[in-house]
Design a protein around this ligand. Structure first.
Ligand SMILES: [Fe+2]
Ligand SMILES: [Fe+2]
Length: 417
């Protein structure tokens, strides 16, 4: 249609008033944010490698959708004060039960078979029944969110087949799913527009607060054990340049441990502005992509990595520290440090000029670009978290680095014995 800039159905009255729309979008925002926070809390305890990658991608996509809704809701004659509020205690309970998932299968079935399908159905309904001219800014947001949800649910279905056929401990995933379905029903569905009873649901597992694990997990069936010392590949090449290159590929692959660390910070650090959580979601997804760089390079060149020991020091060595110290260690100690030493630039140039490996050169080129962003995130948030100026945060980060390297050296000496 040429008229109305191609907007279909321009004459039909929609079902959402401004007030109703804002209330419904507030629920969507809450669910995307709740999924982000729960995924961050769950990540260190999840084992399956493919699930971990999916979690990191999807929590970033949840953060992007939530961010757009943060901007849209105040456009609907609604105070931005609602953006820090939970819209419905039954949805709050839904998220509190979700974060208690105890197995990979429980998490994946709850997210990809219950919560996300319910959100997709609600978004499709919204897209179809809102007035197409008045609500075009919302339509644009929900179309993208629905497209992401479709991909996520399709991917989740394939992952669940894999988890179920490899005999992943089944846990109580059916029970968790029925608890979550009942909570959604009690809340009148995702949009809150279905009939609901006056009976308020009881807690199931969430009577105790969720405790984030003190050691990160890797799949004990398909992967090697976790380790605080790097182990490279099984039969490293004799050629010194090639050996260094393959070692570098594994260092990238093991960046999953940085995802765990940032996820722990995101989950544990409360009462920060929304932009902090939005930034950290991106930071997690970037580190997961860096791990994919290593995985892709190793697999392309025929090196086995999955059954090798898996380096988990970033999370495990720093787990007892407060989130402010953890984030200062990573973003200022490691990431800003790599800018000061030109470490990231040198890695890129080495892959290009010495190793002459096109795929790793491209990966390191973008890795360097991402790390410039991360060092900036560190300068933005680490002083805020610590309540100290950047100069003092750098001193703190140095102390944390000293502690970290001492622990890793100890593990390396143990391994050498
Ligand atoms: Fe990285
Ligand atoms: Fe980074």
């Amino acid at each position: 249609m040429i008229k109305f800039a191609g907007i279909a159905d321009p004459y039909r009255v929609g079902v959402y008033s401004v007030e109703r729309n804002a209330a419904v979008l507030q629920r969507y925002r809450y669910l995307h944010e709740g999924l982000l926070r729960a995924a961050a809390g769950q990540l260190p305890g999840r084992g399956d490698w493919n699930l971990r990658m999916g979690m990191c991608k999807h929590l970033y996509e949840d953060a992007e959708a939530a961010d757009l809704l943060h901007k849209r809701i105040p456009e609907l004659r609604t105070s931005s004060a609602v953006l820090v509020k939970d819209p419905d205690p039954r949805l709050t309970l839904l998220m509190e039960e979700l974060v208690h998932a105890q197995t990979d299968l429980e998490w994946a079935s709850a997210v990809y078979e219950v919560i996300k399908p319910a959100m997709l159905e609600a978004f499709r309904h919204h897209l179809a029944h809102t007035q197409q001219i008045v609500d075009q800014p919302t339509i644009r947001i929900l179309r993208q969110a629905a497209a992401d949800l479709e991909d996520q649910i399709e991917w989740g279905a394939a992952l669940l087949v894999d988890l179920r056929t490899q005999g992943e401990p089944s846990g109580e995933e059916q029970e968790l799913c029925s608890v979550l379905r009942l909570l959604l029903q009690a809340a009148g569905g995702v949009a809150g527009d279905l009939p609901r009873s006056a009976e308020v649901p009881r807690r199931w597992r969430s009577g105790k607060p969720y405790a984030i694990p003190s050691r990160s997990r890797r799949d004990p069936n398909r992967m090697g054990p976790t380790t605080l010392a790097r182990t490279g590949v099984e039969n490293p090449p004799a050629d010194p340049v090639l050996r260094e290159l393959v070692f570098k590929m594994r260092v990238r692959q093991e960046e999953m441990t940085a995802c765990d660390l940032i996820a722990g910070v995101l989950y544990s650090q409360q009462h920060m502005p929304w932009s902090f959580y939005h930034d950290l979601a991106r930071h997690i997804w970037d580190e997961a992509r860096h791990a994919m760089f290593g995985q892709a390079a190793l697999e392309e060149d025929g090196y086995e990595w999955m059954t090798r020991p898996q380096y988990t020091s970033d999370y495990d060595v720093n787990a007892e520290k407060i989130p402010a110290a953890q984030y200062a260690w990573l973003s200022i100690g490691i990431e800003e440090g790599a800018m000061v030493s030109l470490g990231k630039k040198k890695e890129f140039e080495w892959c290009r000029d010495e190793a002459k490996h096109p795929l790793m050169t491209q990966f390191q080129d973008y890795d360097w670009a991402d790390e410039v962003v991360h060092a900036n995130l560190g300068r933005k948030w680490a002083p805020d978290l610590m309540g100290e100026p950047i100069g003092f945060v750098r001193e703190i980060a140095q102390k944390e680095l000293d502690h970290f390297w001492a622990e890793v050296r100890k593990a390396e000496q143990q391994q050498a014995k």
